[in-house]
Design a protein around this ligand. Structure first.
Ligand code: TEU
Ligand code: CA
Length: 555
């Protein structure tokens, strides 16, 4: 594997709407990000991925773009963006934007023109089909519920949207569409951003002509992944995109790739892959049910371990994954991956240790570093996210009572991760002086950045140790490139692995339970590099790990 400039870095995702509001309108903004750059630098962050901040009606919080070349006034101005890029560079930091090109907004100029003249050139920018007797071209179910086809008012024509109806899919089969997209990417890269996170990208290739797949629910619709399994040729588009944009700019790209075909992995993230890296979602998709969120199976520590190791094995000689415990589409990792009742500073630090010590590029999601947890919505009216609202309806239709349905969606709601960042114990967690667009988690009085900074043994200060260890010249090479070899893999509630470097071996031990656990080492350890407890409990080769204790040892 070729070494790349970004391999040893630490990345951080910002969801701008919920990060920091500087003008009191209740919505986070670019100036808020500029103000907090030093906070991120101090945490040890190098690469900052910012979820969409382009002009958008915010039907899907910015993942519905109406102008790729403009900043939404709610987030700021292009001058703010230029300043952000400049201020980041000053600090040796890299700005990565979100590339949403499977679809745009129905308020984008292209789509307006397509509606005005479906037969004209812009009609071919989208998938528009005539349905004479109202029979839809296929029975695919949109990710956010209902059929993927929406009628164009006053006509017998329908357009395709695999996400929300305000997110019409762009027709990648049209070379003109691809040219426009590459032009836009290059415009941003020329501006000085370091690269892109690439949204929902597997969906750009459709299995054509449109046809039905077997339905898995009473609605008669089929899940998109059946179509994706059959679609051939997404990589032709992706290589073309990389050759015209990322590669000439030596840009960083991280793909949001689901449902890829295993044999295609090298083409995605191998040395000549179309992306630098892609996210590991193996843990996030575990336990999902075709019936919906309400039917999903919670993950256990042993499942979690299996998911991580499976991904590591898959990419071992191929490339570099990006590791997360959460993002803006998922509940908080500490609420999901730590068994109920056990979520505390020890277990939070343990999860962080695993995420940072696996091979790959660690991505922190805003608030993860201070131990932010799920919020419990008291009523569905408090929820904003389109996906959660749909899953709530799915649960009701399946026969759950409103109370049960709310409980089911609370567990997985994307809004768990979208509540405002908790900066301090002041009003609205110090996020805004106005009214926050989404409810602040009431636990902000205990969990907030100011308190975490002040408290020596906080989760935040532990994350700083993790980023520092990753960059410590004495260990960086092993942590970044060392082979990952599981240790005592079948031991219940223990997640342990070696990282074997050229002349060095590290051992990561995580006791994934509240009861202590005894481990015998193969060789005595030379040095304790990290410990989420005060004392280690090591006697020669014998270790008694305390509840949720995590250790990084040099062997
Ligand atoms: O997500 C793509 C995706 O397929 C899922 O994460 C999906 O949104 C989720 O399972 C629904 O609950 C990306 C973005 O990360 C997400 O925020 C957007 O909503 C989506 O694309 C559409 O742009
Ligand atoms: Ca604002």
């Amino acid at each position: 594997m070729q070494k790349k400039w970004w391999h040893g870095k630490v990345a951080y995702q910002i969801y701008p709407k919920s990060f920091y509001d500087t003008n009191g309108d209740g919505i986070g903004d670019l100036r808020g990000i500029i103000e907090k750059l030093d906070y991120l630098k101090d945490l040890g962050v190098d690469i900052v991925w910012i979820s969409p901040c382009y002009c958008s009606p915010l039907a899907d919080q910015g993942y519905d773009i109406s102008d790729y070349y403009k900043i939404d006034p709610r987030f700021g101005t292009m001058e703010d963006m230029d300043e952000l890029i400049k201020e980041a560079k000053k600090r040796d930091m890299y700005i990565v934007l979100d590339l949403v090109v499977n679809h745009c907004s129905d308020e984008h100029e292209w789509f307006r023109k397509a509606l005005a003249d479906p037969e004209g050139p812009y009609g071919k920018y989208f998938y528009i089909e005539e349905c004479k007797d109202g029979t839809l071209p296929c029975n695919w179910r949109s990710y956010f519920g209902g059929p993927v086809w929406e009628q164009i008012p006053g006509t017998d024509k329908y357009y395709l949207h695999v996400f929300h109806k305000k997110q019409p899919d762009l027709n990648w089969e049209n070379p003109e569409v691809r040219r426009e997209i590459y032009k836009m990417i290059n415009w941003w890269l020329d501006k000085g951003i370091a690269g892109f996170r690439i949204d929902a990208i597997i969906n750009i290739k459709k299995a054509l002509p449109f046809h039905d797949y077997p339905s898995d629910r009473d609605d008669g619709l089929s899940p998109i992944h059946l179509m994706l399994q059959e679609a051939e040729g997404v990589l032709d588009f992706l290589h073309e995109m990389a050759d015209h944009t990322f590669k000439p700019h030596n840009a960083f790209s991280v793909g949001e790739v689901f449902n890829e075909k295993p044999e295609e992995l090298p083409e995605f993230i191998g040395d000549d892959g179309c992306f630098s890296t892609m996210f590991d979602f193996n843990e996030t998709i575990f336990g999902s049910s075709p019936r919906g969120w309400y039917d999903s199976t919670p993950i256990t520590p042993d499942d979690y371990k299996r998911c991580c190791f499976e991904s590591q094995r898959k990419v071992e000689d191929v490339g570099f994954l990006s590791n997360i415990i959460e993002n803006h589409d998922e509940p908080r990792g500490v609420s999901r991956y730590i068994p109920e009742g056990d979520c505390n500073d020890y277990s939070k630090k343990m999860l962080g240790t695993i995420s940072f010590m696996l091979k790959g590029l660690p991505f922190l999601y805003q608030g993860q570093e201070i131990g932010m947890e799920n919020i419990t919505f008291q009523s569905i009216d408090e929820v904003d996210d389109v996906s959660t609202l749909d899953e709530y309806q799915v649960a009701l239709k399946a026969g759950l009572t409103p109370k049960e349905a709310l409980k089911a969606v609370n567990r997985l709601s994307r809004d768990n991760a979208r509540t405002p960042f908790q900066w301090s114990a002041e009003k609205n967690a110090g996020f805004t002086s106005g009214t926050p667009w989404l409810r602040v988690n009431p636990n902000y009085t205990e969990i907030n950045a100011a308190g975490e900074t002040a408290r020596e043994n906080s989760v935040l200060n532990y994350y700083k140790k993790l980023t520092a260890l990753r960059k410590d010249p004495a260990y960086a090479d092993t942590i970044v490139y060392g082979r990952l070899i599981p240790f005592l893999e079948d031991r219940h509630n223990l997640m342990a692995f070696f990282r074997k470097g050229e002349n060095q071996t590290l051992l990561v031990l995580a006791n994934y339970q509240s009861e202590p656990q005894h481990v015998t080492l193969e060789t005595p350890c030379r040095k304790i590099l990290l410990n989420n407890y005060e004392d280690a409990g090591i006697k020669d080769k014998e270790i008694v790990l305390k509840g949720y204790q995590a250790l990084v040892l040099e062997m």
